[in-house]
Design a protein around this ligand. Structure first.
Ligand code: ZN
Ligand code: ZN
Length: 118
């Protein structure tokens, strides 16, 4: 006597994983599941490469090489020195952070000012 995976008696010609499906194991749904598992597996073990991380950040300017500005992985090109507005924002952010840290060191009870300047 055969049993399905739930411990119930398995009817002849039915799938042991899908006892309601009148098709011997592996049935159509088993194959679908297997295909799904197969597609999902790489994602579970997925470790982003530098390139994928770069893509995930929208290819932010990361410096210059001999041909000009580039993102981390080098797929996105920028003018040498990078986009000016990004450089400016970056510098401003560091500046704001330094100012804030300085204020905190001077007085721990300061109120946090908005960092976006609005
Ligand atoms: Zn099945
Ligand atoms: Zn990139």
């Amino acid at each position: 006597m055969a049993f399905d995976i739930y411990g119930n008696k398995l009817r002849r010609g039915y799938c042991e994983v899908h006892p309601d499906v009148k098709s011997p194991y592996p049935c159509y749904y088993c194959l679908l599941d297997a295909e799904y598992e197969h597609e999902r597996e790489p994602e579970l073990e997925w470790e982003p490469t530098d390139e994928e991380i770069c893509a995930g950040t929208g290819h932010k300017y990361d410096g210059d090489d001999e041909e000009g500005g580039r993102c981390y992985c080098g797929k996105k090109r920028y003018p040498a020195g990078g986009p000016q507005f990004e450089k400016f924002d970056h510098a401003k952010q560091i500046d704001d952070s330094r100012r804030l840290v300085k204020k905190i060191m001077e007085n721990e009870n300061i109120e946090f000012e908005r960092m976006d300047g609005k």
